[in-house]
Design a protein. Structure first.
Length: 540
């Protein structure tokens, strides 16, 4: 999931607190917490309506995963469990027979059937629906037909409904992680009501997950969104709270202040300004854990000086001009570690000694040499601007990074802030950003392929840097078709070495999550990918 490191809007919280205080003083009552029985957690305004197949960023993803339940789910430790699925049978990792548990319904009372899954996947895959997660259906037979322009078919031939509770899936080739992928949001089901008006449905989604939207004005755009337990939920993630309010702030410093004041119950990203002191401030309420998240710099091919051989030399020079270790220590106090690949060191099969990884080492002399080689192709002009979302707590490390580039290469390098994550994504997706930008990935399911396929497959709608390599695509296909995990990891390593050679994106950091919770809640767990274990947060 595209890593937002969510935006936070303080105004709504501060205003609510003031009104609560005035009301309590006038009535002589005890002051109650701003959110009452609701647990307040940080989030960000979703970039798009809440449709699972069109949600590929952190703010929307954390909400969609609360509202929907798939065939499988991933627990806090990264283990997979069947959820709506009663059984997923295959003898060859290519042909699957899936049977659903009886009795599941959506929150509007309509049944969850085999067609609920098949219709949702077909909608997500069809090119005319322009869903950001359409690439996830690529292994299914018939995907190429629904992705043709114009489409040669409206549905994928590899999906067949057998009866209300059974359907089959045929893949183009054996795919080692397909069963794992079934826990991912694009594979959630949709009710019949969704297809009557998908745009309207995205504003008021009806799901089958552990929560549903609260009654009334649940989604106050750019302010907050509230969910309450879904009484019809039948899976393994039952909420242990009365609901969650995702609060959208404008910066993490404001969120941290609200956390200290117990006006925010859970903050999953401690701001740079508090990393040194948050353990002292919060005591046992401070949380720290390595997670499957990373940070990249992306540069689209339409940025001047960054295409072709010149562009490759400049990307290599930029990478080797960055002192990742120093920035990680000085800005993040060790909670960011230098990247060694395009995935995360907490994932199974990670290899920190890939061929070509020296391009990620701080090497000022080599950086200057490659920059000079690029100048021989076309002399550098202008300023190196690095775009970032100002609502995500990025300014300090971006400033340090561009200083490292400036001091090493002797060019003018500056940060270029966008007010919100949504605003920067709205420029990146249509290729209008016109400058390098910070982005990253937060795992949706615990495999290295899940980091590589969205960002770099030629067919992926989440391929923000337009990397197109038939060789890479073939290596990923070979990794998917591997007979066992060890062989798949070996093939992934070869694919990553190719990425390090082509350097379509510059890896910067892996994450150690730093978080904290209020005095109102009991001990909180971070999940394998740095999100909160939302369902298990409890009020004292």
């Amino acid at each position: 999931m595209e890593l937002a490191k969510p935006a936070i809007r303080r105004g709504a919280v501060a205003l609510a607190a003031v009104l609560a205080l005035l009301s309590a003083l006038l009535s002589g009552c005890t002051i109650k917490p701003v959110f009452g029985d609701m647990i307040a957690v940080n989030g960000t305004e979703p970039q798009n309506p809440l449709i699972p197949s069109n949600t590929n960023e952190n703010g929307g993803g954390r909400i969609v995963d609360r509202l929907f339940a798939g065939l499988r789910y991933i627990d806090a430790k990264g283990a997979l469990h069947d959820e709506v699925a009663e059984s997923i049978e295959t003898t060859d990792q290519q042909h699957f027979r899936i049977k659903l548990k009886p009795g599941w319904t959506f929150s509007d009372g309509s049944p969850v059937t085999a067609r609920s899954f098949v219709d949702a996947w077909n909608f997500g895959a069809l090119i005319t629906n322009a869903q950001l997660q359409s690439y996830t259906y690529a292994p299914i037979v018939g995907f190429a037909d629904v992705q043709a322009d114009p489409p040669r078919a409206q549905t994928m031939s590899g999906l067949k409904v057998v009866n209300d509770l059974t359907f089959t899936v045929d893949l183009i080739a054996p795919t080692i992680e397909f069963r794992t992928r079934l826990a991912y949001a694009p594979f959630y089901p949709l009710p019949e009501a969704a297809f009557q008006d998908m745009k309207a449905f995205g504003q008021h989604p009806i799901g089958n997950g552990p929560y549903r939207l609260a009654d009334g004005d649940a989604w106050q755009h750019d302010v907050q969104l509230t969910v309450v337990p879904n009484e019809s939920y039948r899976g393994g993630r039952p909420p242990r709270n009365k609901g969650l309010t995702f609060v959208f702030y404008s910066n993490f410093d404001a969120a941290y202040s609200d956390l200290l004041a117990d006006n925010l119950d859970m903050l999953d990203t401690i701001p740079d300004s508090a990393v040194r002191v948050f353990k002292q401030d919060l005591g046992e309420r401070a949380v720290e854990a390595p997670t499957a998240q990373n940070q990249w710099i992306g540069i689209q091919a339409n940025v001047p000086h960054f295409s072709g051989p010149e562009g490759l030399l400049r990307r290599q020079a930029i990478s080797m001009a960055i002192d990742r270790e120093q920035i990680g220590q000085k800005i993040f106090h060790g909670t960011r570690v230098p990247a060694r690949d395009y995935t995360s060191r907490v994932l199974p099969g990670f290899d920190g000694k890939l061929p070509g990884a020296e391009v990620l080492d701080y090497n000022p002399d080599e950086a200057r040499r490659r920059w000079a080689q690029a100048d021989e192709i076309a002399p550098w002009t202008g300023q190196f601007e690095l775009a970032y979302n100002a609502d995500g707590g990025h300014q300090a490390w971006i400033d340090a990074l561009v200083n490292s580039i400036r001091n090493t290469l002797g060019i003018e390098a500056v940060g270029a802030p966008f007010p919100t994550f949504k605003q920067i994504r709205d420029q990146i997706v249509p290729r209008k950003i016109g400058k390098p930008f910070r982005y990253g990935w937060q795992g949706d399911y615990p495999t290295m392929l899940q980091f590589l396929e969205p960002g770099f497959l030629s067919t992926s709608e989440s391929n923000d840097v337009d990397y197109h390599s038939a060789e890479f695509d073939g290596l990923i296909a070979a990794a998917e078709a591997a007979p066992d995990e060890q062989e798949s990891w070996r093939r992934v390593a070869v694919a990553q070495s190719l990425l390090l050679r082509d350097l379509p994106t510059i890896p910067i950091f892996d994450y150690t999550a730093s978080a904290g919770y209020s005095k109102r809640v009991t001990s909180v767990t971070m999940t394998w990918n740095g999100l909160l274990d939302f369902e298990n947060i409890e009020l004292k």
